[in-house]
Design a protein. Structure first.
Ligand code: SF4
Length: 345
């Protein structure tokens, strides 16, 4: 794409960001690199609204610095992560804090040596935290770039190259944030809002600038004029249908004197977290408390919960009153919620 078109598009993108960007997000209003790092890890698998409203501030209040996080026991970190899911993120965050002690590295390479930090997160820390001239490519940005440059089946390395070629080196941070917002607000996976028709224009109160009046319809996207993919956006971004694996799980609930039997998970994505003891089903059918469905990563789980009078295996007796701060997954939370509902009836 000619340099002239790239420059014009960069300018339009920043202008669009001024009025349409999500500048009010809390992690965009801090210079604290640690806080930006925490937000990036939380946002990896969780929606912006949930992170902003339920976890980000609470986590930073409990662990206000990398040093504070490094000195905290992992159980406490898990406790603050409770309900956010994908606990490996919390474990990696904690492990990185221990490795760094009080300061995150300032270069992409060193950052990527830390647990749980890949190229995207390293670039986000360098761009949003340290304001370096680096490109950022997440799924939203990748989609915008593939369409804007009209590249079919773009490979990861190619997308990073495109991002580098488009980077606005005068305003790299805002440029990256603007591209990210454009991907999540306008250049949507299925139907991007490139432009709206004349009738929709009236509804939206949309107005073209004088220089743009020769174009039909109202351009919603600031990259519209030079975008190579606007005629056929689906050609440059294909939504993949997820393949799920079905699984049945059986858990037992054993409560005694205000405590509940829990086990420390030894492996898998819930490693080191507390979960209900898993049991064989055939001997407990009459004790079934209830069932529920749960989805996590590629799994569609069919979970059955049973009442148990006693347990032979080694368990941790956890006070019921402390469960809300315990390191438990959203799956276990759902099971405990079901148990409470059944008990109330
Ligand atoms: S014009 Fe359309 S396809 Fe191109 S970047 Fe904008 S929203 Fe995406």
């Amino acid at each position: 794409m000619p340099q002239k078109h790239l420059k014009t598009s960069q300018k339009k993108l920043l202008k669009w960001y001024e009025t349409n960007g999500r500048q009010d997000l809390p992690w965009r209003n801090t210079e604290d690199v640690y806080a930006i790092y925490v937000s990036e890890i939380m946002l990896q698998q969780t929606q912006v609204k949930r992170v902003a409203e339920e976890y980000y501030f609470q986590f930073l209040e409990k662990f206000p610095s990398l040093l504070a996080l490094s000195q905290a026991p992992l159980e406490e970190v898990f406790g603050m992560w409770s309900g956010l899911g994908y606990y490996r993120r919390a474990k990696n965050l904690h492990a990185s804090a221990i490795l760094c002690s009080d300061r995150l590295p300032k270069d992409m390479k060193s950052l990527q040596h830390l647990p749980g930090i890949g190229k995207y997160t390293a670039s986000a820390i360098c761009s949003f935290g340290y304001h370096q001239k680096v490109s950022v490519v997440d799924t939203n940005i990748a989609r915008v770039l593939a369409r804007f440059f009209g590249v079919e089946d773009a490979k990861e390395a190619q997308l990073w190259e495109l991002a580098d070629s488009f980077l606005n080196t005068k305003n790299p941070t805002e440029h990256n944030l603007a591209l990210m917002d454009l991907g999540s607000l306008v250049c949507l996976p299925k139907i991007p809002t490139c432009a709206v028709s004349a009738s929709e224009e009236v509804l939206l109160g949309c107005q073209l600038s004088e220089s743009e009046e020769h174009l039909s319809g109202c351009q919603v996207c600031p990259l519209f004029e030079n975008c190579k993919g606007k005629e056929e956006p689906s050609k440059y971004y294909k939504t993949k249908s997820k393949v799920y694996e079905e699984k049945k799980l059986h858990y037992g609930v054993c409560v005694k004197d205000g405590t509940i039997a829990m086990k420390i998970s030894k492996e898998g994505m819930y490693k080191d977290m507390l979960e209900l003891p898993s049991i064989e089903t055939f001997c407990h059918v009459e004790s079934l408390l209830g069932s529920f469905k749960h989805s996590v990563t590629k799994y569609r789980l069919d979970v059955h919960l049973y009442h148990l009078d006693a347990l032979e295996e080694e368990v941790v007796w956890m006070p019921l009153s402390e469960l809300h701060t315990a390191p438990i997954s959203s799956l276990t939370q759902k099971a405990l919620k079901l148990y409470k509902e059944v008990k109330r009836d």
